[in-house]
Design a protein around this ligand. Structure first.
Ligand code: ASP
Length: 598
């Protein structure tokens, strides 16, 4: 027989009990984490959101409660009335370890089936099982702490933005397509057969319209939907901290985000240095070999192309730039280790890897034959290598239009080596703003220039005239007013000062290959709105799941989302997506194609 909650009222969370509560009469409610039966004494670890408390049932003192405790099994839900006492032997492993609760009465509120895995941080269950039983998974300490952290971070962000005069405004979920580079999730209309809503990839157009509407400062913690092919650590639906402000300089937007991120980091006790450093996209590529530089460690790239004469290039069969890295502590790498490294470099797109060992006695490298001892010495000096270091130089196998392919390879090699050699300090929080992005980038698949970010990104004034230039090469040099925020080598988000003139926006659509008619059909309402007194404006969106994952020390954003989906966009617990009734399809005016025609 189960007991009812009746008039019982919880007095404390299990996890909150401390020595100061000794002698207090308490009522605890929670789940049976573990039961140990020693005959006359039964111990249970009682768990709730705040943690675990030890409860002891003593046959001699409280026979009825003790008898009932014999029925308890893992994950039963109980209420315990008892008294807090000091433990004879404290358990320093848990926060409540100095005390225990002597149970006087036990109420069994519910039973539970045996869970498919134990509720502990070291679970052996597969991720699939954990996702299927997410309600059990969330009872584990780490996921529970992650959800609590997420709440705290969002709450602090809201407070920071409220203090800065931002309004939190909701934008529609049933809307039309916004181009952020992915496919839309479509929702069929029942009332308007043959017509569809799109779930927002971002509130981009609406937030810009809010600026036209005079709201001045907007933010939203908003769900966004992008239907992408399998991509590691992407979610079909994810959350952004989205914001927009009117009449801003770039510095104003950076300042707002710096405040917000400082408050978010303070939640885990991390004090960040403000303002965040800045770097152009070109500098990031040249120094770190990518547009998401991890500044927690050095090992910057050095362009050593100048040491390779035409003759040397022919001998080595290399083209394009040659990039070098000085790697600390590994001048002792064996032949085998160097071969492995070369293989790795090739997998990143290197033509080959040239290693130079720098020792106190001198330098040695197979490159010496081609470059000569003097040039090699100069190369080592220019790479800034000290004795004990290994200089590795790479050239790319294939050149990339509009980018330095060797730098991209060296950038990957830099990260690989830093991970392998454990050179990345875990307790550093290195933010950096990236600016100076091109407006367009070359798309190999479409064989034309596409927006590097989205088509609403502002343009550096002097470059606006290049929009109509017939040459792709010239249009590829148009500079945007976009920026990215990167933390520890992870892109947190991007934003820009926007285009606020209707004529310029229309010219960008044309430059992207849209006819005026197509632009009107897709963005007509927005082009119309732009004509009614649009203030200069700009904003940014940060991936909130990513921010929380970094703060929680989790590799995957799935660990900080209460109900996440698999990379195949399935919810294993709710079994989504799922077929629907024929009636439902009928109402929508939809007939499914037979499988062979899909
Ligand atoms: N809408 C952009 C995005 O979702 C961010 C922005 O430009 O504010 O990436």
């Amino acid at each position: 027989m189960l007991d009812s909650l009746g008039n019982l009222r919880r007095t404390h969370y299990c996890g909150d009990l401390r020595a100061a509560h000794a002698d207090a009469d308490v009522v605890l409610m929670g789940w049976v984490h573990r039961r140990r039966d020693l005959g006359n004494l039964i111990f249970i670890d009682l768990r709730d959101r705040a943690g675990i408390a030890q409860v002891v049932f003593n046959k001699e003192q409280h026979a009825a409660a003790h008898a009932k405790a014999e029925e308890l099994r893992a994950e039963y839900v109980v209420a315990v009335e008892g008294r807090v006492v000091h433990r004879q032997k404290a358990n320093p492993e848990i926060a409540t370890g100095e005390v225990e609760v002597v149970a006087m009465r036990l109420h069994i509120l519910n039973t539970a089936k045996t869970p498919p895995f134990v509720i502990e941080d070291e679970v052996l269950a597969s991720e699939e099982t954990r996702l299927r039983y997410r309600y059990l998974d969330l009872r584990r300490p780490k996921p529970r702490a992650n959800i609590a952290l997420r709440h705290r971070v969002i709450f602090e962000m809201r407070k920071a933005l409220d203090a800065l005069g931002f309004y939190e405004i909701e934008t529609p979920m049933l809307t039309r397509s916004t181009p952020e580079g992915a496919r839309d999730y479509l929702v069929p209309s029942r009332i308007h057969h043959g017509q569809f809503y799109a779930l927002p990839q971002s509130p981009q157009i609406f937030k810009q319209i809010l600026m036209i509407a005079g709201m001045d400062r907007y933010f939203q913690i908003v769900r966004c939907f992008r239907d992408e092919d399998f991509r590691a650590d992407r979610q079909a639906e994810f959350t952004q901290l989205d914001l927009e402000m009117s009449f801003p300089r770039q510095d104003d937007i950076f300042g707002v985000i710096e405040q917000v991120m400082a408050r978010a980091c303070a939640v885990i006790g991390v004090e960040v240095k403000l303002p965040f450093p800045r770097m152009t996209h070109a500098q990031a590529l040249a120094r770190y070999g990518g547009d998401k530089p991890d500044l927690r460690f050095g090992m910057e790239l050095q362009d050593v192309s100048g040491f390779f004469t035409q003759a040397a290039r022919e001998t080595l069969h290399i083209e394009g730039s040659v990039q070098a890295l000085a790697v600390p502590g590994v001048a002792t790498f064996s032949r085998k280790q160097l071969d492995e490294l070369a293989e790795r470099a090739k997998s990143f797109g290197a033509r080959g890897l040239y290693a130079v060992k720098v020792a106190a006695e001198g330098i040695s490298s197979p490159l010496e034959k081609t470059l000569g001892a003097e040039t090699l010495k100069k190369l080592v000096a220019s790479a800034g290598a000290k004795p004990g270091e290994l200089v590795v130089a790479v050239a790319a196998k294939e050149q990339v239009k509009g980018s330095d392919a060797a730098a991209l390879v060296a950038g990957q090699l830099r990260l690989h080596l830093a991970e392998q050699l454990k050179l990345i300090p875990k307790d550093r929080w290195e933010f950096v703003w990236l600016t100076g992005f091109p407006l367009f980038e070359w798309s190999e698949t479409e064989n034309r220039l596409v927006s590097a970010q989205h088509p609403f990104t502002g343009i550096v004034e002097e470059d606006v005239e290049k929009l109509e230039d017939p040459s792709d090469d010239v249009r590829a040099t148009i500079r945007s007013k976009g920026y990215d925020l990167v933390l520890n080598g992870v892109e947190l988000g991007s934003g820009s000062i926007r285009i606020h003139r209707q004529d310029v926006q229309a010219r960008v659509f044309r430059a992207l290959g849209l006819t005026d008619e197509q632009a009107r059909q897709r963005f007509g309402f927005f082009l119309d709105a732009l004509a009614y007194g649009t203030p200069p404006h700009g904003g940014i969106a940060l991936g909130l799941d990513r921010v929380v994952a970094l703060l929680a020390g989790e590799k995957s954003i799935r660990e900080v989302i209460a109900f996440s989906k698999t990379t195949a966009a399935q919810d294993l617990m709710a079994d989504t997506p799922s077929p629907v009734d024929a009636d439902q399809l009928d109402e929508l005016g939809i007939a499914l194609k037979p499988p062979e025609r899909r």
